[in-house]
Write a protein that binds this ligand. Structure first.
Ligand code: ZN
Ligand code: ZN
Length: 374
């Protein structure tokens, strides 16, 4: 299935209301929630050439267990299942969000460990009944912001893990141009798992082992609404040239029907007008963040600071850009994920990126952990 998407005009209203104050996060309080002290080891040798996320080479910046920060009067909930990035950080699963409306989940991006992230959230987060929400046959809709592997490597599991346990629900996956090829390759590559005979007594039918794809229309900068059901309306906004050389990247704007929350998912990338439109007067923008002040400690992006600024800046969101997005969109709160927080070994601080964002003027911004609710 290939869905052609409707184009609508998008009102451009730059006025936004910035309300509330800074969110204060107490690191000491957070640290009390974990007994695993090795996670509080300092980041000692930044820029050392090793891909493994160890205190010696990359910051781990794990500072607490999951929290419920969602408005208690709103039944719709945002669950940050996986808050990591491509780094092999064992304390954060790959990028994976779930928006839960009327006890039904809509998944946004599908990073490494998606099935385990879902399970871990069900263990650690009691702010919503995730065992009910994650009923096997509810695992159906996935929206991809872009096709980088850290946001898509969980797709085989998204399609086949529920099937393996008895789901008869075929999946529906929306994403940029190229999603159909990716899903076709996965279905072909994992055909051994799709053959009913290989699944033992669980399945007599192939139902649930496939996925339909809806690609966002690549010819439109503001594709607009493309999905609606009883729970949500979803609009797509192209975030043009936001993320390195990627041609098609999108921000999604979800409107929840029971309680009228507007939650935007920006994916990866720096400031764009499309991102501003997606987050216009929204309650929450889920967005990546990257340090500017401590960029010299980044263990990737080049040898010199100038190279890091150029290479990392072409791909990611620095604080001054985050402020610009917030000011122009009027978004009320920012849920920061996919953090690149590289502070110095002498003054390593797990919340340094949060503080840098606040110092740059970003308001109501949260540093997340896997399994939080917003
Ligand atoms: Zn990413
Ligand atoms: Zn990316």
């Amino acid at each position: 299935m290939k869905t052609r998407l409707t184009i609508i005009g998008v009102a451009c209203i730059l006025a936004g209301i910035l309300t509330g104050s800074y969110y204060a996060e107490d690191l000491a309080e957070g640290a009390k929630t974990t007994k695993r002290n090795y996670m509080n080891d300092p980041f000692v040798h930044p820029a050392q050439d090793n891909y493994l996320v160890l205190p010696e080479t990359w910051p781990i910046y794990y500072n607490r267990e999951p929290l419920d920060r969602s408005p208690q009067d709103k039944p719709s909930k945002l669950l940050t299942m996986g808050t990591g990035d491509p780094a092999a950080n064992t304390y954060r699963f790959g990028p994976a969000m779930a928006l839960i409306v009327n006890d039904y989940p809509y998944f946004i991006d599908c990073g490494e460990g998606w099935f385990r992230a879902l399970n871990r959230s069900a263990i650690t987060q009691k702010g919503v009944d995730l065992i009910k929400v994650f009923d096997l046959n509810n695992l159906k809709y996935l929206f991809l912001t872009h096709l980088h592997e850290d946001h898509t490597v969980g797709i085989p599991s998204f399609i086949l893990s529920p099937y393996k346990y008895g789901s008869a629900t075929d999946k529906v996956i929306f994403g940029p141009s190229g999603t159909e090829d990716l899903v076709d390759c996965i279905l072909l590559g994992w055909q051994v798992d799709r053959q009913t005979g290989t699944q033992g007594p669980t399945h007599a039918s192939p139902a649930g082992s496939s996925a339909a794809v809806g690609e966002i229309d690549p010819d439109n900068e503001f594709p607009g609404p493309f999905f609606e059901d009883d729970n949500v309306k979803v609009e797509a906004f192209r975030t043009y040239q936001a993320h390195g050389s990627l041609k098609y990247t999108y921000a999604y704007r979800f409107t929840t029907k029971p309680d009228g929350r507007i939650i935007a998912f920006g994916g990866d990338g720096h400031y764009t007008k499309g991102l501003v439109e997606a987050a216009k007067d929204a309650d929450i923008l889920v967005m990546e963040g990257c340090t500017w002040k401590n960029l010299k400690y980044a263990p990737w992006g080049g040898k010199t600071l100038a190279e890091k600024e150029k290479n990392i800046g072409a791909l990611h969101m620095f604080p001054k850009d985050m402020k610009r997005v917030q000011e122009e969109s009027g978004v009320k709160a920012i849920v920061m994920v996919h953090e690149q927080n590289y502070s110095s070994p002498e003054n390593f601080n797990r919340l340094a990126l949060l503080h840098e964002m606040q110092e740059a003027g970003v308001k109501n911004i949260y540093s997340t952990m896997d399994g939080d609710l917003y």
